[in-house]
Design a protein around this ligand. Structure first.
Ligand code: AMP
Length: 420
């Protein structure tokens, strides 16, 4: 039997209702905050990710699905959506119409990571990006919007971790200090950190290997190195969040795995998922639009790990799958012909019905209605056809009504309880 590829998964019919609920809730909320949907391709030129995410990152060094595509050179299955959104903003000169663009997108991402619970090679993200706004209030607002989504979905086990990575003005000084400190433990670092320590020393701060943790145990906080502008920006973000009652934890070891971040970065963590505690993350990336050939415009965004959010919610969500409104028990050829037509008409009016087309007895059809947990059954056989009326029975209360064949679909619609 051919099985799916390790790290990939099927989202089965019983599971999709929760995915739909989350997606609809996110879209509704984001649109109320002024975001518009953008749909982006899954394949991009490899260079887009190498230049934006950074050559010295886990993603670009070892996790991308990259392959040659004839004369176009190398192409890559997107590992994240921000780079594509920026490419699109530049390519379509969206900034010409209005430099401020608030966008969201939902879809699959691909990273060749070691699969485990909560970590897949194809996973889904819900992304939001804002281009063209420098004000720290948008940083606060995007975090507020993210936290509000979790609240709206009744996910309470979430903590906001917050940090600032400074800007090209102040970060180099911090990098220098960090490189000097790490240099002392040079021989003990893991191979990734040893290789990257000069170009990307901040990554050592969130490396999980004990020797690397040890090496930076006494590292100064990047927050002590922020320039006056970055410090002021961060102060406004924090005070806006406080005023809105958004609890956060300053986490000066939070660096996130992508090179393009500047100033505010954040992560939403949960204890419900075991080792994979990050359920969303994001931050400011003020230099990226210009670095990819666009105008100098600030930007900020986040990505929610859709699979992880589903996993948290599945632990407590009731069954969201749609219930059968009506099971049509039709016995005899004529009854089945009519039942088939009524079922189609009822579907157009939003009633979910089902019918067994086989030659089964009334008794076995009643059993089937029970098994399907139908809220109502409609009984139609030779006797009903002769008498000119069918019987509608509520399976909960056992109440029955007789509905004339003439105008039967309208009669059923009237008799069924109002649906949402
Ligand atoms: P990132 O793009 O790395 O900032 O990730 C944003 C969010 O996507 C993370 O907080 C995770 O919830 C989720 N995520 C990242 N990588 C994976 C993966 N391999 N499998 C499942 N979810 C992931």
């Amino acid at each position: 039997m051919i099985q799916l590829i390790r790290g990939f998964k099927d989202i089965l019919p019983g599971e999709t209702a929760l995915w739909q609920k989350i997606e609809e809730t996110a879209k509704g909320l984001f649109e109320d905050f002024g975001y518009s949907e953008i749909r982006l391709p899954i394949l991009e030129q490899t260079e887009l990710f190498a230049r934006s995410i950074g050559e010295n990152t886990d993603i670009v060094e070892k996790e991308m699905y990259t392959f040659p595509d004839g004369r176009r050179g190398l192409i890559t299955l997107r590992p994240e959506a921000t780079a594509s959104a920026v490419r699109s903003y530049i390519q379509h000169k969206m900034y010409g119409k209005d430099p401020v663009q608030k966008l969201y997108t939902v879809g699959p991402m691909f990273r060749r990571e070691r699969p485990q619970k909560g970590r897949y090679r194809q996973f889904y993200q819900i992304d939001a990006e804002v281009f063209g706004i420098e004000s720290p209030h948008i940083d606060a607002q995007i975090i507020f919007m993210l936290v509000s989504l979790f609240k709206r979905l009744d996910v309470s086990d979430v903590n906001v971790h917050l940090n600032s990575l400074g800007c090209p003005c102040c970060r180099p000084k911090y990098k220098e200090a960090l490189i000097a400190l790490i240099g002392k433990a040079e021989g003990e670092l893991c191979s990734d950190c040893a290789r990257r320590k000069d170009k990307n020393p901040l990554r050592v701060l969130d490396c999980k290997v004990p020797a690397c943790r040890e090496a930076v145990a006494n590292a100064p906080s990047i927050l002590e190195y922020l320039c006056a502008d970055c410090d002021k920006h961060f102060t406004v973000v924090k005070s806006a969040l406080e005023k809105q009652g958004v609890a956060y934890k300053i986490d000066s070891n939070l660096v996130r795995g992508l090179d393009y971040y500047t100033r505010t970065i954040f992560e939403i963590q949960t204890t419900s998922l075991g080792a994979q505690s990050a359920v969303a993350g994001g931050g400011r990336y003020d230099g990226l639009i210009e670095a990819l050939g666009g105008p100098s415009q600030p930007a900020i965004g986040f990505a929610i790990g859709f699979d992880r959010l589903v996993e948290i919610m599945a632990q407590s969500s009731p069954d969201l799958s749609r219930k059968l409104d009506l099971f049509i028990i039709a016995v005899g050829e004529k009854a089945k012909d009519l039942g088939y037509e009524w079922g189609c008409e009822l579907a157009l009016s939003g009633v979910l019905s089902d019918m067994d087309m086989g030659d089964r007895s009334l008794k076995s059809l009643m059993k089937r209605a029970d098994k399907l947990k139908a809220a109502n059954v409609l009984i139609v056989g030779d006797r009903e056809l002769e008498e000119g009326a069918v019987t509608l029975r509520n399976m909960g209360s056992r109440d029955q009504v007789s509905i004339p064949l003439d105008g039967v679909v309208e009669g059923i619609l009237k008799a069924l309880p109002q649906r949402d």
